[in-house]
Each structure stands twice: as C-alpha cells, then as structure tokens.
Design a protein around this ligand. Structure first.
Ligand code: ADP
Ligand code: MG
Length: 631
C-alpha cells in the first residue's frame, strides 16, 4: 500500500510531443524525425559554437535529451571527424554497444564502419570508424599505447556524473593532454545539474545547459518498510498491470540473479491470470545479457499489451527506454566496496543515494506524466539515504589504476590531479601489492613483469597468474581459467525447481575434488571440444596450475579455523566458502579465493585448495613462515 508524498518539479516546456508517425514513412525518415524532436536539437548550432570557442566544455542535460546519441553526430556533421576520431566514453559496456548500434542506424551505416564501439574483449571498429563509443576503461587502456591520443579530435567523457574510477583517472590525464594539444576538444557531459565540480576541475570550463523537458512525476512511498523488496516489487508490477492505465514499467533490481528470479516468478504468476488481463511483455537488461537479447528492451510491443523492463542501475541514466510511465524503485543497488586496511573487496547490496532515487523516478516522466513507486518509507528516504554515492575511486581497489598510471610515467601518485583523491592508505596498499606481485621494484618503478602484466586488460592479480603460468608450463589452462573468471558469475545457472539437477551437473566438473578454478577450466574444455580427455593427471598437472593461480592471488588466502569458517591469512577477517563452491562441504585447510561477496555472510567465491608452503615460496615479500605456521 502506498501513500502519495510529493511531486517532482514540473517543467513548463512540455509542448514538444512525439511526432505522429505515418506508416508510409520509411524507417530512416522516422529516425531522422525522432532526432529533430529531441531536446538537444534546438541547441545544435549554439552547442557547436560553444565547442568551437572553448577547448573544454561541460555539458549538462537531462537523461534522454540526446547527448550521447546526438553530440557525436553533430561533431561529425560539423567536420570534426576530418581531423581525427570522436570518442564518446561510457561507464558501462552495454550502453556503449547499444548506443553505437542506435547511432549507426540513425546515420544509416553498418555498425563497425563509420560508427563503432570498443569495449574490453570486443572491438567493433574498423579503419573507417570516426565515431567511437567505448567504455571509459577502454580509453584508459588506449592511452597506454597512445599517450597524447593523437588519433582523436574530440573526447567526450559521457555520463561523467557516474564518477567511475576510469572516468576520474581520465579527467586528470585529459586535463594534462589538453595543455599540450591545443587542437583537441574535451567535452564532459553529465545528467546531474550540479556540474560546477567538473567546471572547477577543468580550470573553470564553461557549462552548457540543455534545457530539458520533463513531465510531473508522482512519487509514492510505502507506509511501512517492506520485508522482502523483490517480493514487493513483483506485487507492485502486478498491481500496476491490472489497475493502472496503459504505460510501460521499469523496475530497478540489483543484479542478474535477482532479475532472472523476478522474471520467473512474474511469468509464473501471469500464467495464472485470465485472458481478460492484457499481455505483459517481460524484458530485462543487465551488463552480462547477451548482445542479441539487449535490443529487445527497445522493440515495440503488440498494441494493447504492456512492457515491464527489469533492469539494473544501467537504466538509471545510461540507457533511455521510451514509453516508461511507471517506475518501481526498491531503493537498492549493488556497489563495490573496498577496505584498504584488510585489502578486502566486496560487492554489497546497499541503499541508493537520494540523487539516484530522483534519477530513477525521473525515468517515468520523460514522455508523459509518470508515477514512481518507492518500496521504502518517506522517512527512510529522508533519514537513511545519503545525498550522493561517494565516487568509486574512494571505495575500490586501486591496484590496476596505479599500475596504469605508473606505466604512463606518473611517478608520484600523491601529486596526481584527482578530482577527489583516494585515501593515501588505498594508494599505499596498491603499491604494496604491486611490489609483492613483482610489478614494481623497490624504487617504485615498473618492472618487466609489470609491463607484461599491464599488457592484459585484466586485474593485476589475474594478469600475474597468467604471466606466472609460463613458468609452470600451463599457460593454456590458466588463460582459460582467467577467461572464465572474467565473465562473471553467470557460468552456472541454477533455475528455480531445478536446483538438484543443476547442482548435480555442476558437481560433475569437480570430479577428483578439484577446486573451483579447475572446475571452471573443465567446463571450458568440455565446451571447447567434447573429445578432449577430461581425465586430468591431477597430481602434478593440476598443482602446477594451482601454483600459477596462487602467484596472482596469494593475497587472497584463507585458513580453516572453526568448522566451516575461514580466517584470511594476512589481515584477519572471517569468511566462508560460498555454497555454490564445489569445496563447500570439503573444508580444505588452506584456500585461495577469487573474490569475497557479501550476502548473508562474507562468502569466498571460486575457491581452490592450496599448500601453505606455496605462499612463502611464491610471495616471499608478502608472507613469512610465521604467517603459515599452524596456530
Ligand atoms: P542522453 O544521452 O541525453 O541521455 P540519448 O542520446 O541516450 O540521451 O537518447 C536519446 C534518444 O535516443 C532517447 O529517446 C532514446 O530512447 C533513444 N535511444 C538511445 N539508444 C537507443 C537504442 N539503442 N535503441 C533505440 N533508441 C535508443
Ligand atoms: Mg547518455
């Protein structure tokens, strides 16, 4: 049950309506008309003029006003691409791919030709590419090979308000490049009205504001806190579907697993409804969703039916789905957190910020008046939600960033021009780990191993594991494992009602009590070639592999203490083996793990047994005998 609380700001610029589309028009004509109805269109000429006049320009405009899709096209039309490529960075992979696809349609070119995208592990560009959508992390990697970005004429750092680590580091580097490359243009675009921080950082760069159009959004809160937000979200979706006028829905959930279980429950519930209820089309979007399925959220649905989009934070600002009138906001998101003291990283489900909540609500008022159902009380919004989420650079492991900056020749990181500097403790921790991994020498200079490691677009611990695999003659296997670890947690699917079968199938990759890493490799190998013998000579071969894993992940070691719980070796922290692990019931005495996730407990995910002697052998800078002595 909801109570009405407030109305978001009502804008007076509501005169622009979507055009009436006649069937006779070609798809391309319609796309061109759509371009002209976007709020940014009225600003085209003055925006181009401002870009011409200033080297650095901060651009602010409400989500959906056309910044991401239009500005690069305007620049192309104005001739900037004759001097070099236009890069447009996105914090999220899916956004880069989806926007590039859209822009290639609008320009009527093949994706990968004039318009392309480049994200980690996937480069969809060619010699012809002049508009390049890419993740901010990808541009950072390109900088390692081209420190002055000579092949670019304009860099647009988009979704700057997200303040990812890569975006923040790019800010510092671009500011420097702008000093010696007077011909390059830097655009910083953001959806948050408070852009003065960006302007201040870039030596008082002017702020260009794109006046948006926004319809009123009615916000409703729950009267009491909800016990289970997933359940509450599903009930709300169904209530809206049967009681509210037409209009699509957008539900913000925290991750793939949650989205998939919501989808299953919704499908099940809907199947019990009679035919008099309109059809509900369920769409989903999250970063690991296969490319083919991503486009579904934008596709039109049959007349008379209603769409519900189950999305992660990605739909908060990076992607705009037209036709949303109802937003359901449980008030949570998954964020990374890092404790430099213990070196522990974890992904935690936490309350969103007020800024996020308002951004989410705003998604319902883009094409008409909207409603936002907040699955929390007005009081928690006021008292428990922070104003803004702290920038990622202040809550993440900096090992990878520090290695990149060192490769770029930035010796003294304490002097680097960060918009919001990370803590010294986090920087020192990163330096220590890089030293222990052999990537830096005692003087803090990058070693040969460090350069090899930086060649991989991976976390330094994974890179070290690969570099070390050469010595143990198991590179092929270790690269497979690294690849499997890099695709996230979606390898094993555990559908509701089929858990027993799924667990059985998963355990079949664990024959011989191998750790989770080897199991991942077994999965990969069985997939790659079914005629490949899965009879591993475990004794030696597998141990080689485990040593290579330990070479990268030695800092992630833990020792069994009381039955079932583990204590991390270097900085005491109590953790448990995740139930999805093949070793969950084995309780090996010593383990190395890939990551810790915080759900009901601190769980180690992807665990492999290790011999404590290896720690001292492989990482003598990090471990001494006393660390591995049995207490
Ligand atoms: P902004 O960057 O200011 O948030 P965008 O340029 O992303 O705005 O969006 C402008 C318009 O383009 C929106 O109406 C949005 O729905 C549409 N659009 C963007 N990407 C796609 C896509 N992949 N498919 C269909 N429409 C899209
Ligand atoms: Mg955008």
């Amino acid at each position: 049950e909801f109570i009405k609380e407030s109305m978001l700001k009502v804008d007076d610029e509501m005169s622009i309506e979507s055009p009436q589309i006649s069937k006779a028009k070609s798809e391309l004509e319609t796309l061109h008309e759509d371009r002209r109805t976007l709020p940014i269109y009225a600003h085209r000429d003055s925006l181009l003029k401002a870009i011409e006049e200033h080297q650095v320009l901060v651009i602010v405009g409400e989500t959906g006003s056309g910044k991401t899709t239009q500005i690069p096209q305007y620049l192309h039309e104005a001739g900037y691409t004759k001097r070099g490529k236009v890069a447009c960075t996105q914090p999220r992979r899916v956004a880069a791919m989806s926007v590039a696809a859209r822009v290639s349609q609008e320009m009527d070119v093949k994706l990968g030709h004039e318009v392309g995208y480049s994200i980690r592990f996937e480069d969809y560009t060619s010699e012809k590419t002049v508009l390049k959508y890419m993740t901010d992390g990808k541009l950072l990697r390109e900088l390692l090979g081209e420190p002055d970005l000579a092949s670019y004429s304009v860099i647009m750092v988009d979704e700057a308000h997200e303040r990812t680590v890569s975006t923040d580091v790019l800010f510092g580097l671009l500011k420097d490049i702008a000093r010696f490359r007077k011909d390059i243009k830097i655009l910083i675009s953001s959806a948050t009205p408070d852009a003065s921080k960006f302007s201040d950082f870039f030596d008082c760069a002017p702020i260009y504001r794109i006046s948006g159009r926004r319809y009123p959004v009615e916000i409703q809160y729950t009267k009491a806190p909800v016990a289970d937000y997933l359940d509450a979200a599903i009930v709300t979706v169904l209530q809206i579907h049967v009681t509210q006028p037409p209009g699509d829905m957008l539900v913000f959930l925290t991750g793939q697993e949650e989205i998939e279980s919501a989808e299953e429950i919704l499908k099940h519930k809907i199947s019990g409804f009679g035919l008099e209820i309109p059809k509900l089309v369920i769409c989903k979007i999250f970063s690991n969703l296969p490319t083919e399925l991503q486009a579904k959220i934008f596709q039109p649905i049959p007349i008379g039916s209603r769409k519900v989009v189950l999305a992660t934070n990605i739909a908060e600002a990076s992607l705009t789905i037209d036709g949303i009138n109802y937003v359901i906001d449980p008030g949570f998101c998954k964020i990374e957190s890092y404790n430099p003291r213990t070196g522990m990283e974890s992904l935690q489900v936490t309350s969103i910020s007020k800024a996020s909540a308002n951004q989410r609500a705003g998604r319902s008022g883009r094409t008409g008046p909207g409603k936002c159902f907040r699955l929390y009380t007005a009081d928690s919004y006021k008292t428990k939600f922070d104003d803004n989420t702290p920038p990622e650079i202040q809550r993440t492991n900096l090992t990878s960033v520090v290695l990149s900056l060192k490769i770029l020749g930035i010796q003294n990181l304490l002097n680097f021009d960060f918009m919001d500097p990370p803590s010294n403790e986090a920087l020192v921790k990163a330096l220590e780990l890089l030293f222990a991994l052999g990537a830096l020498n005692k003087l803090g200079e990058v070693t040969k191993v460090g350069r090899q490691m930086a060649g991989f677009p991976l976390d330094p611990m994974l890179s070290k594991m690969i570099v070390a695999s050469d010595k143990y003659k198991c590179s092929d296997e270790v690269i497979s494992i690294a690849a499997m670890l890099s695709v996230g947690n979606s390898i094993f699917y555990r559908p509701k009602g089929e858990q027993v079968h799924a667990d059985h199938a998963r355990m079949s990759f664990h024959t011989g009590n191998v750790g989770d890493h080897i199991a991942l490799m077994n999965v990969y190998n069985s997939w790659r070639e079914t005629n490949y013998s899965t009879q591993w000579c475990y004794e030696n071969y597998v141990q080689a592999i485990n040593k290579a894993i330990t070479s990268g992940f030695f800092s992630h070691s833990a020792r069994l203490q009381n039955y079932g719980s583990y204590r991390t070796v270097k900085h005491p922290w109590i953790v448990h083996i995740h139930p999805s692990s093949g070793l969950a019931d084995n309780f090996p005495r010593w383990v190395v793990y890939h990551e810790v996730v915080l759900t009901t407990k601190e769980y180690m995910r992807n665990v492999t047994e290790l011999k404590p002697e290896w720690l001292v052998e492989i990482a003598p800078h990090y471990y001494q005998m006393k660390d591995i002595k049995d207490a």
